[in-house]
Write a protein that binds this ligand. Sequence first.
Ligand SMILES: Nc1ncnc2c1ncn2[C@@H]1O[C@H](COP(=O)(O)OP(=O)(O)O)[C@@H](O)[C@H]1O
Ligand SMILES: [Mg+2]
Length: 145
Amino acid sequence: MRDEEKITGSYEETIEYGKAIGKSLKGHEVLVLKGPLASGKTVLTKGIALGLGIKETITSPSFTLMNIYEGSSLNLCHCDFYRIESVEDFWDLGIEEYINEKTVVVMEWGDMFISELAIPFTIIDLEVLEGSSRWIRLSQAPLHE
Ligand SMILES: Nc1ncnc2c1ncn2[C@@H]1O[C@H](COP(=O)(O)OP(=O)(O)O)[C@@H](O)[C@H]1O
Ligand SMILES: [Mg+2]
């Protein structure tokens, strides 16, 4: 996945951008979403799911912590670490099981525990701009961060 920046002007545009990201995925990707509440992490994930051909409605995993969806050729593991308080609780989720070539892992607040996994990943930063605009940046995490 290449580094890029994008500004979306609406919910729909973020869905479309997520869809394009989803279509470009090949499996085994780990996407770490960073940004404040309501910056669009879940909305972008809904788009990614559409791009993966997932028909089910994506709901926020902020309470369930992790949701798994089956796509046309790849599955989606969507998690949210906001409410996870300890490294033990993180390991209890068993995310390692989903880091495989048939799955794309999307982690909201993913920067909180990603270093535990010691794997390459893509960082997606989101910021709230004026009105309903969002700034979204994709970048590869440097190894050994
Ligand atoms: N350009 C935009 N992209 C995404 N969401 C937007 C945009 N403009 C407004 N919104 C609103 O911002 C909120 C984003 O919510 P959500 O994706 O759940 O945030 P997060 O998961 O980061 O907490 C939604 O209510 C959505 O309708
Ligand atoms: Mg969310």
